[in-house]
Design a protein around this ligand. Structure first.
Ligand code: NCD
Length: 337
């Protein structure tokens, strides 16, 4: 695809070459994300960050990624602080805000809302999550993480074996990740969920039609026995009619160190888009996994910066200029990475 000036709304717009190009650019962002070098390639550019649903890491990492490239961020969070609360349409909001920004990252509770906004925007828009539909930048950072985690285990994205666990019906991260995996060869996906929270049938059908193997199950222990990755998800309580309904599924599939030791292959990688639900009745990933070196959840969040920097650099067409506008950092950066 042509990245310069493009919206990023769905992973469906990517072919395998595009994903590989994003990863190649993300690799080049390491010195900046790791605070060895600074670049001001986006000096003067403004990111409009519009998050109409709760967000910590997606919102902050989009902003930090833009800052790390030298740009500035203007934020709106929540409907109550926006003119949408006064009845303004997405069309009008898009026309206005795209006059103030060079690129926009947006999250909204309604499916396809970000695409509707993008159609009226005068600048590129990145979908930071539209209801339970898609979360393309998360799927890219997940896949980037999977690729780097399994490389040291002698495995590749082709022939990947992955279990996705939890709320597969409303979880937009797993929707996007499944669609993205469809670009690779011979992937085996085990989908573990309560019957009512199964992966949408069209996503399963697309994977099968493109030659991948998909199994569905409501049993955790057997499903995680022969996979490279266990990708756990939170019950998306905000999408349910009532908390009582969400409560019936919360805590249904809990992975902890003892289940991991007895059922998983020794180097199985544990992932989660975060936030993990740490309340006592949930704990889909127990804290006792925190010292497990295969727990990749904070490597995922770190990689989010690299992938989001890559998206900005590609969309604003500055990939070849990043290093030319760079120098070493002035400050002590410690041994964080
Ligand atoms: C996810 C989301 O918002 O879809 N979080 C994230 O962006 N990392 C997953 C979730 O909220 O459960």
């Amino acid at each position: 695809m042509q990245f310069a000036g493009s919206h990023i709304l769905s992973v469906r717009q990517f072919e395998r070459d595009d994903v590989e190009r994003i990863f190649e650019v993300a690799d080049c962002m390491v010195p900046y994300a790791h605070r060895r070098r600074v670049t001001d390639v986006l000096e003067g550019a403004i990111l409009g960050s519009m998050f109409f649903e709760p967000s910590t890491r997606t919102r902050v990492s989009f902003g930090s990624a833009f800052n790390l490239l030298g740009g500035e961020v203007r934020e709106t969070t929540g409907f109550e602080h926006s003119a949408i609360a006064k009845g303004e349409s997405l069309y009008d909001t898009a026309r206005v805000l795209s006059g103030y920004s060079d690129v926009i990252a947006m999250r909204h509770p309604a499916e396809r809302s970000v695409a509707e906004f993008a159609a009226a925007s005068r600048v590129p828009v990145i979908n930071g999550g539209d209801g339970s539909n898609e979360h393309p930048s998360q799927a890219l950072l997940d896949l980037y993480t999977i690729r780097s985690e399994i490389a040291s285990r002698g495995r590749t994205l082709d022939q990947l074996r992955i279990a996705m666990v939890g709320d597969l019906r409303y979880g937009r991260t797993v929707h996007s990740l499944c669609r993205l995996l469809g670009q690779f060869e011979g992937v085996q996906v085990v989908l573990v969920s309560p019957d009512a929270l199964r992966m949408p049938a069209d996503i399963v059908a697309d994977l099968r039609e493109t030659g991948h193997k998909v199994l569905e199950s409501d049993q955790l222990e057997d499903s995680i026995a022969h996979v490279d990755i266990v990708y756990s998800t939170r019950i998306q309580e905000e999408r349910f009619e009532s908390q009582e309904e969400a409560d019936t599924y919360r805590g249904r599939f809990r992975l902890n160190q003892s289940i991991y030791t007895s059922h998983c292959e020794p180097n199985t990688v544990i992932m989660h888009p975060l936030p993990r639900d740490s309340r006592a009745n949930a704990r889909e990933l127990d804290d006792d996994l925190n010292d497990n070196p295969n727990l990749a959840i904070f490597r995922q969040t770190d990689n989010g910066l690299l992938v989001r920097m890559a998206l900005f650099a590609l969309i604003l067409d500055v990939v070849d200029q990043v290093d030319r506008h760079a120098r070493d950092v002035n400050w002590y950066t410690g041994g964080r990475f």
